[in-house]
Design a protein around this ligand. Structure first.
Ligand code: 6R9
Length: 645
């Protein structure tokens, strides 16, 4: 734990949307008069076709969450049309390709025109309000066009990260019952290509309801073609009408679904709605990064994750910002790529993940110091806890001590940032996400659900709703209630642990459930276990996370084979292939340990606590093992512990 405190920069505070006093007063007001406060924010950050009749109607006991009911608006109108008069010729998206020789700038007017055409192309194929459209794309502007075109006609997008396998894509298409998919021939990442169209073709063999697949020509690679189903994106645009009036949507109409991992079962389709999400994404982008008109803003997240939804596309575009969209990876063609791109496009606000910071830190300072980075003003971090060492490096080496670091804590389910410093308002402590955003009421509870006061450590819950909060799990509201609202009645359960210090600062300690965070990618241990046990020779598998220098957490799998089967490198390879096929490369186990048996309680529950300790090499501190059915199992596991970490 670091005790260093970094003061607010007066020159940032002087021009900031919120300074220290502004933050304190607005936060107090947001709790004293939430209805009045949120009504003002909704007016400030969105343009409504018709006003709402009720600011909020929330009941955590039944998981009913409603914001701005009766209000009518359209997200693409808010992200595009309303900016045209004032900044139609301003760049909306700067696209930087994986190949440093490739880039593009797209103005608000151009983006609007393309979105309208693609919205009509979707309509021409029968897509209408409420229909689900799956987007399986690389980080190219067409991904943002597809998202905005869906919102224009009221279709619900479900983006599947391009790193997921054909099988994972299939499961998500089926769960959301998508009839339309948008993909590209191939993606590019780190000088390699990703066969998106081929993956989609494979997935669609088991998705009979998909009738249309739009394909963006990106790399130009030859692809298989299914006549009647597949449509070239550019051909569809050329034929589509240019005018497309935005659909009038209710504030509580579904905007998108995004699959995310929980501690049990298959990934769930977290559902966000229109009005509250837009207001919250725009507002947090405005205050959280202190975005000022004309600034170049870059969030390195992929649109396949929630950070890409809220802080590459919706938040910045709703605010009329210039948002940079990057197709590549931090280390290609060399380890200075981020800093080169910052200099090339004169980026002012830069938002990335701790895993990238740690990976680049490990390459040495020279890569950074050979670039200028003078345009930088604000830095941000998201996705996992940032260790103070990486924070300090980001602050001192990347930002040269001139740029505050915003460590933003939030989740797919929260729609936007909940705990974060504000650039001109909040003093920083390396490793702490600092203080709650306006209207956010964190409550740290103990295992029994008792709310802890003052400096304390426990489970992080939220006592009040905010507009960006998820409304349901697609097709399974009961699961939504049970996952988030049943453990601590009347509160939203985050799945994270947290500590609050004497200054009221929050320190997120990581997940308290069986969710892993590997390089900022969220994964359920149950999903990886299910993939492993598909193999004929595997009897049982238990997956835990362990501390990993770069990835934050690595994936450690204990595998028990069917009696008579022999472990070996060939089988290890097969298991890794299986996980890649079922989920994707991001879920590849770092370590597989063959275990003749897994430690279990007498009632047959796997004791993950022990497996986690062994994986982390914390052998002196295994805790109570007296409830184990067979303590000898633990001895074997310790003895054969894989020595890779
Ligand atoms: C936005 C996003 C959510 C989980 C979350 C927590 C971890 C995210 C964090 C952080 C510590 C931060 N997390 N930001 N932990 N400090 N600043 O990442 O959403 O993919 O749903 O992951 O990520 O554990 O519960 P998502």
């Amino acid at each position: 734990m670091s005790e260093t405190v970094y003061e607010i920069f007066p020159e940032i505070a002087a021009k900031a949307h919120a300074d220290a006093v502004g933050y304190r007063d607005a936060y107090a007001r947001s709790l004293q008069d939430p209805e009045g406060f949120w009504a003002e924010q909704a007016d400030k950050f969105a343009t409504w076709f018709e006003p709402w009749s009720q600011v909020s109607r929330v009941d955590y006991h039944t998981a009913q969450i409603r914001w701005f009911e009766g209000g009518k608006l359209n997200v693409s109108y808010n992200c595009l049309d309303r900016h045209l008069a004032e900044r139609g010729d301003q760049t909306a998206i700067i696209w930087e390709g994986d190949d440093p020789a490739l880039d593009r700038k797209i103005t608000y007017r151009e983006l609007h025109a393309e979105v309208c055409r693609f919205a009509n192309a979707l309509k021409d194929k029968g897509v209408g309000k409420g229909d689900r459209v799956c987007i399986y794309m690389p980080m190219i502007p067409e991904a943002a066009v597809a998202m905005l075109a869906c919102t224009r006609i009221g279709a619900v997008h479900s983006i599947v990260f391009g790193g997921f396998s054909a099988d994972a894509l299939r499961d998500r298409i089926l769960d959301a019952d998508c009839h339309t998919v948008v993909c590209a021939d191939e993606g590019r990442r780190g000088g390699k290509t990703v066969p998106l169209k081929a993956n989609m073709d494979e997935a669609l063999r088991s998705c009979p309801n998909v009738v249309t697949a739009f394909v963006v020509r990106n790399t130009g690679a030859a692809v298989d073609w299914v006549a009647g189903r597949d449509v070239w994106y550019h051909a569809a645009l050329a034929q589509a009408e240019p005018e497309c009036p935005p659909e009038t949507m209710d504030a509580e109409d579904t905007l998108f679904i995004l699959y995310t991992s929980g501690s049990t079962g298959k990934p769930k389709g977290v559902l966000h709605t229109t009005g509250g999400y837009l207001v919250y994404a725009a507002m947090t982008h405005h205050y959280g990064f202190d975005y000022q008109p004309g600034e170049i803003y870059w969030c390195t997240a992929d649109v396949g994750w929630v950070t890409g939804h809220s802080y590459v596309v919706y938040g910045p575009l709703a605010n009329g910002a210039t948002t940079l969209m990057f197709e590549g990876v931090p280390t290609f063609p060399a380890c200075d790529r981020f800093w080169q791109v910052i200099d090339k496009h004169q980026v002012n606000i830069f938002y990335t993940a701790p895993t990238a910071i740690r990976a680049l830190m490990a390459q040495g300072d020279a890569w950074v110091k050979n670039t200028r980075r003078t345009s930088l003003r604000v830095l941000g971090s998201v996705g996992e806890p940032i260790n103070p060492e990486a924070w300090e490096w980001y602050y001192h080496v990347v930002g040269e001590g001139r740029c505050p670091v915003m460590d933003t804590w939030w989740q797919t389910e929260t729609g936007g940032i909940l705990i974060t410093p504000l650039p001109g308002a909040i003093r920083l402590k390396p490793g702490s996400a600092t203080l709650p955003f306006f209207g956010i009421v964190p409550a740290i509870v103990d295992n029994e659900g008792k709310v802890l006061e003052g400096a304390c450590e426990g489970i992080l819950t939220l006592a009040q709703s905010w507009p960006g909060q998820a409304r349901s799990v697609f097709g399974d509201h009961k699961r939504f209630f049970e996952t988030y609202f049943s453990a601590y009645p009347g509160k939203y359960f985050t799945g994270d642990g947290a500590r609050r210090d004497a200054d009221g600062y929050y320190w997120i300690t990581g997940r308290v459930d069986d969710v892993l965070n590997v390089s900022g990618h969220r994964m359920g241990t149950a999903e990886i276990e299910s993939a492993l046990v598909l193999h004929d020779k595997v009897a049982e598998a238990a997956v835990v996370g362990y501390p990993h220098d770069i990835k934050g957490q690595g994936i450690y799998a204990y595998v028990t084979l069917v009696a008579g089967e022999e472990p070996g490198p060939a089988l290890e390879k097969e298991l890794i292939q299986l996980v890649r096929k079922e989920i994707g490369a991001i879920a590849t186990p770092d370590i597989i340990q063959w275990a003749p048996a897994l430690p279990k309680t007498r009632s047959g529950k796997i004791m993950r606590r022990i497996l986690r300790k062994v994986a982390a090499n914390e052998l002196g501190n295994l805790g109570d093992i007296s409830t184990l059915a067979d303590p000898a199992v633990v001895e074997d596991i310790i003895e054969h512990r894989a020595n890779k970490n």
